[in-house]
Design a protein around this ligand. Sequence first.
Ligand SMILES: Cc1cc2nc3c(=O)[nH]c(=O)nc-3n(C[C@H](O)[C@H](O)[C@H](O)COP(=O)(O)OP(=O)(O)OC[C@H]3O[C@@H](n4cnc5c(N)ncnc54)[C@H](O)[C@@H]3O)c2cc1C
Length: 339
Amino acid sequence: MSDLSLSTDVSLQAFNTFRIDARARRYLRVTDPDQLTQLAADPALAALPRLVLGGGSNLLLTRDVEALVLHMGLLGKAIVGQDEAVTLVRAQAGENWHGLVEWTLAQGLGGLENLALIPGTVGASPIQNIGAYGAEIKDVFHALTVFDFATGTTRTMTAADCRFGYRDSVFKHAEGRDLVVLDVTFALPRAWTPNLRYAELAQALEGSADPTPRQVGDAVIAIRRRKLPDPAEIGNAGSFFKNPVVSGAQCAQLLQAWPNLVHHRQPDGSEKLAAGWLIDQCGWKGKTLGRAGVYPKQALVLVNNGGASGAEVMALARAIQQDVRARFGVELEPEPVTV
Ligand SMILES: Cc1cc2nc3c(=O)[nH]c(=O)nc-3n(C[C@H](O)[C@H](O)[C@H](O)COP(=O)(O)OP(=O)(O)OC[C@H]3O[C@@H](n4cnc5c(N)ncnc54)[C@H](O)[C@@H]3O)c2cc1C
């Protein structure tokens, strides 16, 4: 039997990158999938509301957590297969994401390098289909294993089952409510070519004729270190808003009033706007509201300037949403999960 002793009244401050001082009424460090099977088999425990916690880097805790916090600590990573096209790499949910990227690069395996230095765990990577520098995990996703609290069993899910979208998947919707990701398998291409679609990354590698996965990863790391605050130094959850997608017609109308509007045409004809640009135009870059603020180097990142509560961060987010709505008629949707 694995350990099912729940802790009570646990501070989550060290477990979320916004460094919000919220507490969990009940808390379990999950180091063995069997703990979940036992939880599901106990009617009283199975009935508790749950919050699955990885690295807490995409979470905004606005108050103490009444739910049972399942803090994913499943560890392990290995190459589990290979054919002429791909190498299959499987990692357990509690593995550090960037640690996995580094490990694949050390084995000479390309495919994850554009996603280097994203904080958090492997188990959370499919939840919002993490993406950066022209890549998303869905590009190299093979399959994952979930524990389903509705049935008390584990099963495999394919990419189609996961319904990946822009910062989205089935796990963010009602059908995913009972699912806990236990491990994820990635199919890394053996005939690797660099993905330099993102202009800043291409520029950074201009001098290297045939960049290796390691070189691309290093360039991504250097760019990210320049632009993004390190959560170890200043509390934040990365981009706080998704880039809004509007119709081609709305974009054309906006362009008449704002010729410098940053927009990217999508395959279906819609336009993705740069949320950071919209926020910057409203004058929010570097501004503070209470103890929360907008990062001076990147308007898309909200920060905890020290001792901010989740409610203060939310108040700042709402003020920004209101200004962007009033000026551009565009809705900004928060990216982190609000609890
Ligand atoms: C400085 C910084 C930069 C960032 N840059 C990027 C970026 O470039 N691209 C990007 O996409 N994101 C980025 N993020 C956001 C974040 O790193 C990712 O969303 C990451 O995948 C979150 O992982 P986590 O383990 O911290 O998840 P958590 O914050 O712990 O959880 C996030 C959500 O996933 C759920 N969850 C977590 N683990 C599991 C599991 N095993 N099973 C089921 N549900 C689970 C949680 O319940 C919650 O709903 C950034 C964050 C920071 C702080």
